[in-house]
Design a protein around this ligand. Sequence first.
Ligand code: GAP
Length: 488
Amino acid sequence: MAKITKLDDIVSLCKRRGFIFQSSEIYGGLASCYDYGPLGVELKNNVKKAWWKTVVQMRDDVVGLDCSILMHPMVWKASGHADKFADLIVECKKCNTRTRVDHLKDHCEEHTAHIAIDSALASAPELSNKVCPNCGSVGNFTEPMPFQLMFETQMGANVDDAMTMYLRPETAQGIFANFRNVLDTTRVKIPFGIAQIGKSFRNEVTTKAFIFRTREFEQAELEFFCEPGTDEEWFEHWKKCRFEWYIGLGLKKENLRFRQHDADELAHYAKSCADVEYKFPFGSGDWQELEGIANRTDYDLRQHQRGIRTMTKWYENNRDMTKIELTDEPQDYQSGPLSYFDIEKKKRYVPYVIEPSAGIDRSALAFLVDAYDEEEVRGEKRNLLRFHHALAPIKVGVFPLVKRDGMPEIARNIYEDMKKHFNCFYDEKGAIGRRYRRQDEAGTPFCITVDGQTLEDKTVTVRKRDSMEQVRVTTDSLKSFLYDKLEV
Ligand code: GAP
């Protein structure tokens, strides 16, 4: 039977099996915010672990970081987010619904970076034939206007020291702000990268498709610092690495591709950008961005050098960044506080940056979609998630065939032993076939069953999720058998 790839199937499975719930559901739900349930949090943690392993652990040239979500407001002034991180929107004059201009014609496409607002404002978009996605009204819009995407909040209890803060819209800036700290406290030498996984927040105008575009989400970002002139080479290097990461974790090659950004959709910091796109099963089955790989040049470090120089104005203006302009860059910016000195080449410069920026939630959705399968087995429908072993929330199910003859005790012992090594699930309720099906649906790659033969020869049945093949393994060799197969 052909695989069904409708988003509805995934959403329903996620709810039914406790992968993902709507946030605040008991109060009617909060739009575009989601909670990860018991299976979902394992899946998400595994996606993060897999990313960290490839991007940090397995490389000698990348170190990790974990920055706070709240940062000094000047970070966002310097980075450009305070002035430019906005979507160009219009309001429908009939129903008052606001829509991103670039989403008007084909509502299912994600083709424009948020920050390409300068060019969009420069050439007024033609709206007379555009359709309001809410009420269907044609060409009935207000003039396009920018809509700030950063969430604001207040910090400080006293009027004197209170200030407006922003929830970070990307994790990257925490890395740039710590570039000097990392340089001064480790032995990194260019080329090297700093990686971070963490929450980001954007007050998105149009949210969409389950966890694809939400207002709170998790990013896995690497800022890879290199010598100017070597940036194109590293850009290609990281494009290749990141594409291979998705393939290595089981995404089907035919569902993945690259898309190079056109000049008019580049973010304000980028010289070039390529998206890894996945063929998600929503909209008209279009390709959607999974990850962006950008050449950010020396833009961010140079901007933060200007930011540091602007601090006197910040104090003079009572900590209100909306009242100040960044101080100009000096001629000798190449030797500023965020420059790098290459001892061998005896050369000081502000490094260029290549940034692979992945969405953890979006990746989790792609892994769920790609793993989802339905097949007919002996006249019955079998739902399963063919997760890569590294991503499977539960690695091993352990069952006694029946609840008698000492089988539950043996199975419990095996479970207690195995759970020291793998995430396991013990189940003795219901028919064995149903227990297998429940684990298939959770994506569990192996199920161990203690049966009558176990009592005679100390072997158990190990049943494989994908092929349903069953093999007998001695209880003594179970651990090495599973280590070998799971490669964890
Ligand atoms: N630092 C660069 C940056 O943030 P981006 O293309 O805006 O670039 C990178 O975001 C990745 O973060 C996207 O490819 C996507 O996977 C994820 N992402 C961005 N906005 C998101 C949202 N509203 N919901 C879920 N994931 C999002």
